[in-house]
Design a binder for this molecule. Structure first.
Ligand code: AMP
Length: 213
């Protein structure tokens, strides 16, 4: 399947993408994960992106399109891909359409995961992420804590609160989402590609998506 997952930070895009990869081997492509690995490895891309990310601002479109142009041409995308956190602006969405045309790839749909703001705020402030760039497993101290507090079950690295998940940065990210990313819902609706799912349970979202395919 070839999908775009839309939704505010904390809507569950990453969790839904991980569940969907098990269906048909489609790969999850998270620009946030790619950028966090670049920051951890202190690459040129990481150094350029870090300031924007820590502040909860979007990284410039040109950097993101550079990453995606390369990533979508890797062979593991042949089976399908789940775009998690990309596109995030109208210019990114327009450039993605051009890129997919060039690569002769047809999208199945853009799925909007619609979750109430109070649920999102609660989820993000209680979320913990494994700081090992190769793992990045996600926990929640209320609903899905690691077996040992602060330690990733999968790889033993520290499971920490992300720098952009303080209440201040989260509020800023949500405002940025409303201003820059929410307009993509109408963009994809206009192209007949939008599927909107109102659900807080990721399994319910996954079922709604697989039913549509
Ligand atoms: P995420 O893990 O998707 O919440 O992304 C974390 C941060 O990475 C965002 O707050 C942005 O600073 C940056 N980022 C991720 N994806 C994009 C994108 N498509 N466009 C611009 N910035 C992005």
């Amino acid at each position: 399947m070839k999908l775009i997952l839309l939704g505010a930070p904390g809507a569950g895009k990453g969790t839904v993408a991980k569940l969907l990869t098990k269906h048909d081997g489609s790969v999850q492509i998270s620009t946030g994960d790619i950028l966090r690995v670049a920051v951890a490895n202190n690459t040129d891309l990481g150094r350029e992106a870090k300031g924007f990310m820590d502040a909860g601002d979007l990284v410039p479109d040109s950097l993101i399109m550079g990453i995606m142009e390369q990533r979508l041409q890797e062979s593991d995308c042949d089976k399908g891909f789940l775009l998690d956190g990309f596109p995030r602006t109208i210019p990114q969405a327009e450039d993605l359409m051009k890129l997919l045309d060039k690569l002769n790839i047809k999208l199945d749909m853009a799925v909007e995961i619609d979750v109430p703001r109070d649920v999102i705020l609660d989820r993000l402030t209680t979320r913990r992420t494994c700081e090992n760039g190769d793992c990045q497993e996600i926990y929640n101290i209320k609903s899905n804590p690691p077996k040992v507090e602060g330690i990733c079950d999968k790889c033993g690295s520290a499971a920490v609160q992300r720098a952009d998940e303080t209440t201040e940065a989260i509020t800023h990210r949500l405002n940025t989402y409303n201003e820059k990313t929410a307009p993509l819902v109408d963009f994809y609706d206009g192209k007949g590609l939008l599927v909107s799912v109102k659900a807080t349970d990721s399994e319910v979202v996954v079922k709604a998506i697989t039913d549509k395919l």
